[in-house]
Design a binder for this molecule. Structure first.
Ligand code: AP5
Ligand code: MG
Length: 209
């Protein structure tokens, strides 16, 4: 089953995608995680896109499409994929169509802007395990330290107020049109995220049945 997780920055796509990927035994393909890894490794695309990400802008379509194309060549993608953060523009969605990748459902996560900003600004991550924490909602056992590996948690550079504002604007202009794109194909299911994570997880499972 191929699923797309759609929704504004910070709504909880990554958190839910990790849970569902484990449950369905399919890979969680996060374009953001892939891009951050390229930046960390200082690869050619990584160097090219670093300033876009820090400013809260989308990286060019051709670069992200190439990165996703490489990821989809791996064997683990044969039985299904959860796309998180891709596609993010109409040309990216058209690429999936042209590549013959059949999408079964598009989950459109919703929440108020106040909730979203609270989630992004409190997020902390582990570079090693990629675990997502929140200083209030999902705190680690010891403040600032990953429960699993003991490494220091960090705040993403694009989780600072200026970049957050920009990312929300970019979402409205460039990504929201995808809701209509997939509505026309009859694939959209809305999932309200203004509730505890176990409930959202249940709603997401119901949405893909
Ligand atoms: P990306 O990494 O995809 O970021 P994003 O879409 O902005 O989404 P986030 O990862 O910020 O949020 P999320 O929805 O995953 O929320 P999370 O689960 O972490 O992209 C980053 C950048 O890369 C882009 O700005 C762009 O530059 C580039 N990029 C990526 N893809 C691209 C593409 N396709 N094209 C072009 N450029 C691209 O949760 C957030 C917080 O809330 C966490 O702290 C979590 O613990 C907490 N939380 C989650 N759910 C709940 C809940 N229900 N209740 C309470 N707390 C919760
Ligand atoms: Mg994410």
């Amino acid at each position: 089953m191929n699923l797309i997780f759609l929704g504004p920055p910070g709504i909880g796509k990554g958190t839910l995608a990790k849970m569902l990927a484990k449950n369905l035994k399919v890979p969680h393909v996060s374009s953001g995680d892939i891009i951050r890894e390229e930046i960390r490794l200082k690869t050619k695309p990584g160097i090219e896109v670093e300033s876009f990400v820090e400013k809260g802008l989308l990286i060019p379509d051709d670069i992200v499409i190439e990165l996703i194309r490489d990821r989809l060549k791996k064997d683990d993608c044969k039985n299904g994929i959860i796309f998180d953060g891709f596609p993010r523009t109409i040309p990216q969605a058209e690429h999936l169509d042209k590549a013959g990748i059949k999408i079964n459902k598009v989950i459109n996560f919703t929440a108020s802007e106040k909730t979203i900003i609270g989630r992004i600004s409190g997020r902390r991550m582990c570079k090693k395990c990629n675990i997502i924490y929140h200083i209030i909602n999902i705190p680690p056992k010891v403040e600032g330290v990953c429960d699993k590996c003991g490494n220091k948690l960090y705040q993403r550079k694009d989780d600072k107020p200026e970049a957050i504002k920009k990312r929300l604007k970019v979402y409205e202009k460039q990504t929201k049109p995808l809701i209509d794109y997939y509505k026309k194909k009859g694939l959209i299911v809305d999932v309200d995220t203004e509730k505890p994570i176990p409930e959202i997880f249940k709603d997401t499972l119901a949405a893909i049945e």
